[in-house]
Design a protein around this ligand. Structure first.
Ligand code: NI
Length: 200
């Protein structure tokens, strides 16, 4: 799981009691809408709690047994996942993750503004799937995220971090149009809350 924001999330269709299993929980930063129920779920399922060092230290104090503190640029093997921590521009000890498993590479950007090193993430990790924030106000908006997608060059991009609150209201189809204008080769997959994508 990445950023399990469930119990306080106004658009999440399930409760934390519906979660049946978690092996690895990756947290991108300490804001409530990302850390969410991460500590509670890690304790309940004895899952690995992965985050930047400062946040895992707090999680340990809160009783999480299995923590994997990392820092930017590093790669760790966690329960068979190859996890690389990459930069994000935001507050609250922000990071993104490259998650590799079974020949598939996923980039989860966390909360971030646009930054040109996204090109390096594309060049070095060649993600198959990228999750990019499009909500604006606290992160990139659709205009910036479309440019980010063209730099990261995933096969599939999933917009995230929008329409949870009034401040981050956006039209994901407008984002899809902007991505297509920049790169016809990137498929935009808009997921509704609760919907899943199996890749490939
Ligand atoms: Ni945030």
């Amino acid at each position: 799981m990445v950023d399990p924001f469930i119990s306080q999330n106004p658009v999440c269709p399930v409760s934390i009691y519906d979660v049946e299993k978690a092996d690895v929980i990756l947290v991108t930063h300490e804001h409530n809408d990302h850390l969410g129920d991460g500590v509670e779920l890690a304790k309940k399922f004895d899952a690995y709690f992965v985050s930047i060092y400062e946040i895992t230290t707090k999680a340990s104090y809160m009783g999480v047994k299995k923590v994997m503190g990392m820092n930017i640029g590093g790669t760790a093997n966690v329960e068979g996942l190859e996890v690389t921590m990459v930069p994000a521009f935001h507050s609250g000890f922000p990071v993104g993750y490259i998650i590799k498993h079974g020949g598939v590479s996923i980039y989860h950007a966390g909360d971030t503004g646009l930054f040109s090193d996204l090109k390096l993430i594309g060049e070095l990790y060649k993600p198959d799937v990228a999750l990019l924030p499009i909500g604006g106000h606290f992160t990139m908006g659709p205009r910036e995220a479309a440019l980010a997608a063209s730099w990261v060059k995933p096969k599939v991009v999933i917009p995230m971090h929008y329409n949870t609150f009034a401040l981050i209201k956006q039209d994901p189809d407008a984002f899809a149009k902007l991505v297509k204008e920049r790169d016809q080769g990137i498929e935009v997959k808009v997921l509704r809350p609760g919907e899943a994508l199996t890749y490939p």
